[in-house]
Design a protein around this ligand. Sequence first.
Ligand code: GRF
Length: 221
Amino acid sequence: MKPKVTPRLAVLISGDGTNLQAFIDACARGELAAQIGVVISNNPQAAGLQRAKDAGLTVRTVDHRDFATREKFDEALVNELCAFSIDLVILAGFMRILTPVLVRAFVGRLVNIHPSLLPLYPGMHTHQRALDAGDAETGATVHFVTQELDGGPAVLQGRVPILPNDTAQSLAARVLVKEHVLYPIAVRWYLQGRLHLTDKGATLDGSAIPAGGVQYTTGLS
Ligand code: GRF
């Protein structure tokens, strides 16, 4: 019998890395049967790099400004991910648009979290857009990454209320708390072999996940 190898995660960041921290903590608590094999940032100044170092993780900076094209940048990322034998790539505030070079190499093994109730508000400035629209609630969505920006099949979605005096900042903070709950759950489903990307979309335990994703409720795990 082959020895069971612990799955290896890569977490790709550009900024604060609070979602990265949620994964570091979930691994430390034994909630994810995986190890973070590498943390990659395109931004040498990303505060999240220090979180990774503090946790004793291997870090790499692949600065997009060093590459002539998005494709060349993605090629460098793929090389790093392959060098670390990565099983699942987790985009956690990674502020680059990906090309097919990366998406095809990791199709079905590449996930993102987006701070809106997708399909609402793909792209940037999601919190301000939700406020401007007068929405009563917003949230975050974990989804598989495909070539369509923030458009891959949704996996898990969590909602938060929008309160009368909210600003984009206060809303972002409330949504982030929810992100830190949602994202490790979705990754756990993947590691347990329950979550797949198929021709027909995302499935959980063999059943199609509805558009928008499984709706998070307290106690879901
Ligand atoms: C999160 O809101 C994520 O949804 C968005 O960027 C933010 C990253 O936050 N894509 P952090 O770097 O994980 O703290």
